[in-house]
Design a protein around this ligand. Structure first.
Ligand code: NAP
Length: 228
């Protein structure tokens, strides 16, 4: 059991975010979890003891309300999990500015804006900020050309995270870019390799192992380092 630690999980209505909340709660963490729509959070509401807040990560005004609600909260873990796949065509030739704006805002820009807003509340030395990246964000990864735009958005997230880390100055925390495996969720599909419990159990093992180490690491749920 990990007593008296507090986590803020962004994007916890379902899938991996919900799984992270379930696992952390089981391990004795205090968990604050965000959803876009409180009416679509039935599974999250079943997890005992969770404080549920509302956030659309794309909306600056929504972020300001969350920041105000949590202004006195010290965080041991901030996990930015929210993400989308983008348009079904995944084609540079077909993509509209609106589709790309949505994809890159949600997956690459909004996570960093949120981290910038909360970094001062992450506990120095032992605190962690984790971003849900993907092995598909590794720029040399030849897999999944049918997810080209999604891959680019996660590469952009990794790049933005790298810049974010260079600007931390003396605020000594650990930053993780994490690949959860290929997981059976709405996004991962039924044919994916592993279930949410396996992925989130592994992710939290890595979070516990890396807490206090400092630096920026790109790792999967088994702790294996991924090339940028
Ligand atoms: P999911 O089941 O589709 O869940 C996505 C989550 O993100 C939902 O809670 C969703 O909330 C939230 N979200 C989307 N847009 C948001 C916004 N603008 N503001 C706030 N929340 C938003 O997908 P998942 O598989 O659990 O994916 C979670 C993360 O893991 C994503 O970043 C994804 O890219 C990454 N990932 C997944 C896999 C995989 O195999 N599943 C592999 C690598 C990386 P709503 O319920 O409101 O839509």
């Amino acid at each position: 059991m990990t007593a008296n630690k507090t986590a803020l999980i962004i994007g916890a209505s379902r899938g991996l975010g919900l799984g992270l909340v379930q696992r952390l709660t089981e391990q004795g963490w205090n968990v604050i979890a965000t959803v876009r729509d409180q009416h679509k959070a039935d599974d999250l509401k079943k997890v005992p003891g969770v404080r549920i807040e509302t956030l659309d990560i794309d909306e600056q005004s929504s972020l300001e309300v969350l920041a105000l609600n949590l202004k006195d909260q010290v965080l041991d873990l901030l996990f930015v999990n929210a993400g989308i796949m983008g348009p079904s065509h995944q084609s540079a030739s077909k993509a509209t500015a609106a589709e790309l704006g949505q994809l890159f805002m949600t997956n690459a820009i909004a996570p960093i804006r949120l981290a910038e807003r909360f970094v001062g509340q992450v506990r120095a030395h032992t605190g962690t900020i984790a971003f849900m990246s993907s092995v598909l964000g590794s720029v040399a990864c030849p897999d999944a050309p049918e997810m080209a735009l999604y891959k680019a958005s996660k590469a952009a997230l990794n790049s933005m995270t790298n810049t974010f880390v260079t600007q931390l100055g003396d605020h000594n925390i650990t930053v993780l870019s994490m690949h959860p495996g290929w997981v059976r969720t709405a996004m991962g599909g039924e044919g994916a390799d592993i279930d949410v419990k396996t992925s989130t159990t592994g992710l939290i093992e890595q979070l516990n192992a890396y807490a206090g180490k400092g630096g920026h690491h790109f790792i999967n749920y088994r702790g294996e380092t991924i090339p940028w």
